[in-house]
Write a protein that binds this ligand. Structure first.
Ligand code: GDP
Ligand code: ZN
Length: 387
């Protein structure tokens, strides 16, 4: 296998300073903080050092599946396995991110250097246009190309299918491809979206048929899939690690644990999906327009003239709110982290100064002692005069 079949390109090559391309590879397997990197000829187990982590300012600089890395000379570890340390993560061409659900929300990069994101939604009862729009926001901020995969079309009539397609087209301007794993429809077309060296990823709610599609593509590598699948508490098989498969035709597919809860980050809303609404907002007479009942509100005018669906504007507002909230949470978290770091550093500095001072006194005292000079200690207290 050559590096370019894994997606190596001038974009990454230009980042190698002395142009010597050695110990370079792409992360093809990641599980927590353990990685496997493929260097074009072999796979090498990799980790990152404490120093590497220390030098990182933002968590999103930690290596993820799909990253291109420079790594140290591999050494033979205790298990007689070749192992190396990741020294540098090359700048990413694209990255798929999400907000980590939970108390303290945080941004997390799910995968890097993806060319295509296949947003899978099934044609049967699980179909949900709002969810699809939310996935679109995630993709828009990634830099990768989106494609909507309408799966399980064998479960609906052609009439029903056409209605779904129309509904998607009304709301989202992205190519749609219909598939059925059961009847082998659309599978080759889907695969053909990826040219040599390109990387695709499947996202979508659980149960929409992502694994079925991935399994078809990765073929005989399937057994590895089962190995990395563990049963969750409901007895279902879940993926616990992310894997990049190099599939026939020199294309790559990334399989990551399902995105269950989807949260939005602020600037995602700016790009692409609601451009028409953003343009209208700019046309409102007042720039602090609340789009409720102001005179000269371009949004209200458009709704009245039937140029904008009010439901669409409601969706926009909903996402904007959610996005603002997450952004605020994220900024707060970053602020706290930075402050903690800064306090730690100033503490370290203070300790250092104290140590230096003590050392200075100690050497002075020992010098005097060697010269036979007696030392007497006084404690001088200064008390402010009370009047
Ligand atoms: P994932 O959670 O998105 O990975 O979904 P799975 O690939 O595990 O699929 C969920 C269920 O849908 C499984 O029972 C599949 O057999 C079924 N399924 C997947 N693709 C198709 C399809 O094209 N047609 C039909 N009828 N069922 C499908
Ligand atoms: Zn307005």
């Amino acid at each position: 296998m050559q590096l370019n079949t894994l997606g190596w390109s001038a974009f990454f090559k230009d980042q190698i300073l002395n142009n010597k391309i050695y110990n370079i590879g792409r992360i093809t397997h990641s599980q927590r903080e353990k990685f496997i990197i493929h260097d074009g000829t072999k796979e090498i187990h990799c980790e990152f050092s404490g120093k590497f982590r220390h030098n990182i300012i933002d968590k999103d600089q930690l290596p993820v599946i799909g990253d291109w890395c420079q790594f140290s000379r591999p050494y033979t570890g205790a298990s007689l396995r070749q192992c190396a340390f990741i020294e540098r993560v090359l700048k990413r061409k694209t990255k798929l991110r999400r907000i980590v659900p939970g108390e303290q929300s945080d941004e997390q990069v799910l995968a890097a250097n993806i060319d295509y994101v296949f947003i899978v939604t099934s044609a049967n009862s699980e179909f949900n246009i709002n969810k699809l729009e939310r996935f679109m926001l995630l993709v828009n901020s990634s830099g990768a190309k989106p494609l909507i995969v309408l799966s399980k079309i064998d479960l609906v009539s052609s009439n029903q299918l056409q209605k779904l397609i129309d509904q998607i087209k009304e709301n989202i301007n992205v190519p749609i491809l219909c598939t059925s794993v059961e009847h082998n429809i659309g599978i080759q077309e889907l695969l053909d979206q990826l040219r040599i060296g390109m990387t695709g990823i499947f996202i979508g709610s659980s149960g929409v048929g992502k694994s079925s599609l991935i399994n078809l593509f990765i073929g005989e590598q399937k057994c590895t899939v089962n190995q990395i699948r563990e049963k969750d508490n409901k007895g279902r098989h879940t993926t616990t690690s992310s894997i990049l498969y190099n599939i026939p035709g020199s294309r790559n597919i990334i399989d990551t644990p399902g995105i269950r809860e989807l949260q939005l980050v602020g600037y995602e809303i700016q790009s692409g999906q609601f451009d028409d609404i953003l343009i209208l907002i700019n046309k409102c007479k007042f720039n602090n327009c609340t789009h409720v009942n102001e005179q000269g509100c371009a949004i209200n005018n458009a709704i009245e003239l039937g140029l904008l669906e009010s439901q669409r504007f409601t969706n926009y507002k909903k996402m904007q709110r959610e996005s603002d909230y997450n952004e605020a949470k994220l900024n707060h978290k970053k602020y706290i982290e930075r402050k903690r770091r800064w306090m730690k550093e100033t503490d370290q500095l203070k300790n250092l100064k104290k140590e230096r001072k003590e050392k200075k006194w100690k050497t002075m005292i020992s010098k005097l002692k060697t010269q036979g000079i007696q030392i007497q200690y006084f404690i001088i207290l200064t008390i402010p005069r009370m009047e």
